[in-house]
Ligand binder design. Structure first.
Ligand code: ADP
Ligand code: MG
Length: 616
C-alpha cells in the first residue's frame, strides 16, 4: 500500500464539485435557488447548447457586496447557516455553502452583482475555481452569473453528458419545478435564444401551472386543500378521467422543495383507487407544508429526497385531502337559492306529452312471475313455531336460492294503528327527466340546467354493486345449485382456487377439488346468473393466480369481478323502474366511475350540442 497523504485541495474540490454539479441542470438549479434565497421577484435563465457552453442566470435579488464576492465562492461559505442548531430549522433552499465553489471549480464563471441602492456593483471572473480581481462595475440591483464551458477541466465528466437536447430538457424541467414551487417569482427561460417558459409570478399556483405545464394539463385539475394536525396539503390534482400514462406529471413539494417520495406518490394514488383506469396515473402539483423539524431535507446532496419524522400523518394528510377533493367533485353542487327555483321552471316548460312520458318512468311494482312459464316457487322448511327462524328456498328451473329467515321479535306494545286508507306519498319531483334508453346500453337524461346526460347503465350498476359489496359486513347471499357446476381451470388458476377456498367461500362461492384441474362449484352468489358462474370463477381464479401481495388489492379485484358479473349488462332488457333507480343513484352523485375507472356518465351542455350543429 502506498503511504497515506491528504489530497491536494484542488483535487478535493473537484471531487466535491462532482457531487453537486452533475450536469447543466444542476448548475441551473443551484443558481436559481440562490436567486430565490436572495429574495428575487424575477429571474431569467438563458442557456446555449443545453447549457454546456453557456448559461446565464440574472436576478433582481439582494445582490452581493463587492467585498463579499470572493468569499461567496469559497467552499462552505454561506450566509444562510451560522450554528448547528440552524440545521433543524432550514428555511432557505441553500445552506451547504458549496454550490458556487463547486460550479466555479469546473467551469469559467463571471459574476456581476450590485446591492440595490448601492452606488456601484462589482464583477469577478473565476477560472477552474481560481478567482481573479474584484472590479467595480455598473449594473442594476441584483446578480448575474454566467457559467461557460462546463467541465472543460474534467474531461471524464464531460463524456457523460447527453446530447444538447437532453441537457436542455433537463434544464427546462428544473426551471418548471422551481416555477411551480415559487408562484410569487416570475421565471423566464430562453433556450438558444427562444423563450420556452415564462411565468407571471403573480403568486397564484394556478397561473404558474398554466404557464409551466400547459393549458391542457391546467384545464383538467381539481383544487385540493386540507390541514391535518401539523401537515398542510395544497395544490391541484388531475381529474380521474384526465390521468396520464406515466407518473411524469406528479410534482410534489415539501416545504417548498421539490422532492421525489414514494410515500407521497402512494398516498396520492391510493386516493384514486377504483376511480382510475389500470395503467393510468394521476398528475398533481402538491405542496406539503409541515414544521421544519418534522422533516429532514439533508439526506441527499441533490436534496430531492426527504425523510419525515413520522410517515403516517403525512400519508394520511395527502390521502384524505385528495380523497375529499375527488369525492366533492363527484357530488353535485349544493342547490343554491336560485337553483331551487329552476326545477319548477324546468317542468313548466314541459309539454303534456313530455310530462306523461316522465310520469311513466316512476317506478311501478313488478308483475308477479308466472310459475307455469318457468316462474318461481317458494318452499319453506324447518318451520318450528311462529316467530322462530326457518329456511325459505326459492326455486326457479333447476336453480334454488336458500335464505335463513329470522322473523322480528313480537312487539312489546300493540302495533301503531294504521290509517284506514293508506295514502301514497307523492313522488318527489326530480330535477331531471329520463328521455329514454338507446342501444340497450345508454340512458339519456335531461336536467334542469339543460344538460343532457348519457349514462352507461352497466358501468353505473357495476359501481353501485361494487360499493354495496365492499360496504357489506356479511358475505353476499348464496344460491345453491341443484346440479353442481364443474369448471375446468388452467394449472395456475386451479392451484390458486384450491389455495383460497375459504376466501372464495367468503364471496359465496363454495368450491371443492374434483381432481385433474376441475373444480366443483356447489353454491354461487345469489345475484350472479348461473350461466355466468363459470366465467366469474375463471376470472376470480385468474386474479388469485396473479397474486396480490396486497390483500386489500386482491379483495378489491375479486369485488370487481363480482360487481361486473352481477350488474345489469349492456344489451340486456332493463325495466323502466330499474333504469329510473339507476339514474337516481347516478344523479345523486353516489357514482361517477365504474370500478375500473371508466366514466359512468357523460354530460353534454346545450352549448356542446349547439356547437355540434353549428348553431353556436
Ligand atoms: P448556499 O446557497 O448554500 O449558501 P452557495 O455557494 O450557493 O451556498 O452561495 C454562497 C453564498 O453566496 C450564499 O449564502 C449567498 O450569501 C451568496 N449568494 C449566492 N448567490 C446569490 C445571489 N444570486 N444573490 C445574492 N447572494 C447570493
Ligand atoms: Mg446555494
Amino acid at each position: 500500500m502506498p503511504a497515506i497523504k491528504q489530497l491536494p485541495s484542488h483535487v478535493a474540490d473537484l471531487i466535491a464539485a462532482g457531487e453537486v454539479v452533475e450536469r447543466p441542470a444542476s448548475v441551473v438549479k443551484e443558481l436559481l435557488e440562490n436567486a430565490i434565497d436572495a429574495g428575487a421577484s424575477a429571474i431569467v435563465a438563458e442557456i446555449a447548447h443545453g447549457g454546456m457552453t453557456y448559461l446565464r442566470i440574472t436576478d433582481n435579488g439582494c445582490g452581493i457586496a463587492p467585498e463579499e464576492l470572493p468569499t461567496a465562492f469559497l467552499r462552505h461559505a454561506t450566509s444562510k447557516l451560522r450554528t448547528a442548531d440552524d440545521l433543524s430549522a432550514i428555511g432557505t433552499l441553500g445552506f451547504r455553502g458549496e454550490a458556487l465553489a463547486a460550479i466555479s471549480a469546473v467551469s469559467r464563471v463571471d459574476v456581476l452583482s450590485c446591492v440595490p441602492g448601492a452606488d456601484s456593483g462589482a464583477s469577478l471572473h473565476l477560472e477552474g475555481g481560481v478567482a481573479g480581481e474584484v472590479r467595480p462595475a455598473g449594473c442594476p440591483g441584483g446578480t448575474t452569473i454566467v457559467v461557460r464551458d462546463l467541465f472543460y477541466n474534467t474531461p471524464a465528466r464531460m463524456k457523460f453528458m447527453k446530447k444538447d437536447a437532453a441537457e436542455g430538457a433537463a434544464v427546462s424541467g428544473i426551471v418548471t419545478h422551481l416555477a411551480l414551487s415559487h408562484p410569487n417569482v416570475s421565471f423566464r427561460l430562453l433556450r438558444d435564444g427562444a423563450e420556452v417558459l415564462h411565468t407571471p409570478g403573480d403568486g397564484t399556483l394556478q397561473s404558474a401551472i398554466y404557464a409551466a405545464l400547459g393549458r391542457d394539463f391546467a384545464r383538467g385539475l381539481l383544487i385540493v386543500h386540507g390541514v391535518s394536525g401539523p401537515v398542510a396539503v395544497d395544490g391541484f390534482v388531475s381529474q380521474p378521467l384526465q390521468c396520464h400514462g406515466t407518473r411524469g406529471k406528479q410534482v410534489f413539494f415539501v416545504n417548498g422543495r421539490l422532492v421525489k417520495s414514494q410515500l407521497l406518490t402512494a398516498a396520492l394514488e391510493e386516493a384514486y383507487r377504483n376511480r382510475m383506469m389500470k395503467g393510468k396515473f394521476p398528475g398533481c402539483v402538491l405542496h406539503v407544508t409541515l414544521p421544519p423539524d418534522q422533516v429532514d431535507v439533508n439526506v441527499h446532496p441533490a436534496k430531492t429526497v426527504v425523510k419525515f419524522a413520522a410517515d403516517k400523518p403525512v400519508f394520511d394528510a395527502v390521502y384524505y385531502t385528495v380523497l375529499d377533493a375527488l369525492d366533492a367533485q363527484d357530488r353535485p353542487a349544493p342547490p343554491a337559492a336560485a337553483a331551487q327555483e329552476t326545477p319548477r321552471d324546468f317542468f313548466r316548460t314541459m309539454t303534456a306529452q313530455e310530462y306523461r312520458a316522465a310520469a311513466q318512468e316512476t317506478p311501478r311494482a313488478k308483475t308477479a312471475p308466472n310459475p307455469a312459464a318457468g316462474g318461481v316457487q317458494l318452499r319453506m322448511r324447518d318451520v318450528a313455531a311462529p316467530r322462530k327462524p326457518f329456511t325459505a328456498e326459492i326455486i326457479r328451473g333447476d336453480q334454488s336460492v336458500t335464505y335463513q329467515i329470522t322473523p322480528p321479535a313480537a312487539p312489546d306494545k300493540a302495533p301503531r294503528p294504521q290509517p284506514e286508507q293508506q295514502t301514497m306519498e307523492p313522488e318527489a319531483i326530480k330535477p331531471w327527466r329520463i328521455v329514454g334508453e338507446v342501444l340497450k346500453t345508454y340512458i339519456i337524461c335531461e336536467d334542469e340546467k339543460k344538460t343532457v346526460w348519457l349514462i352507461d347503465k352497466h358501468a353505473a350498476h357495476e359501481r353501485i354493486r361494487f360499493d354495496a359489496l365492499r360496504a357489506a359486513a356479511a358475505p353476499p347471499m348464496a344460491q345453491s345449485l341443484l346440479t353442481p357446476l364443474a369448471v375446468d381451470l388452467a394449472e395456475a388458476e386451479y392451484t390458486a382456487v384450491l389455495e383460497h377456498l375459504p376466501l372464495l367461500e367468503s364471496f359465496a362461492f363454495s368450491c371443492e377439488d374434483f381432481g385433474g384441474g376441475t373444480v366443483l362449484v356447489r353454491r354461487i352468489p345469489a345475484d350472479i346468473r348461473p350461466e355466468d358462474a363459470p366465467s366469474a370463477l375463471e376470472e376470480l381464479a385468474e386474479k388469485l393466480a396473479l397474486g396480490g401481495a396486497d390483500p386489500e388489492g386482491a379483495r378489491d379485484a375479486l369485488l370487481h369481478t363480482m360487481a361486473c358479473k352481477s350488474a345489469i349488462k349492456a344489451g340486456m332488457d332493463t325495466s323502466p323502474a330499474e333504469l329510473a333507480a339507476l339514474v337516481a343513484q347516478v344523479q345523486s352523485g353516489a357514482v361517477a366511475y365504474c370500478p375500473h375507472g371508466r366514466p359512468v356518465k357523460y354530460a353534454l351542455s346545450q352549448y356542446d350540442i349547439e356547437k355540434m350543429f353549428k348553431r353556436a
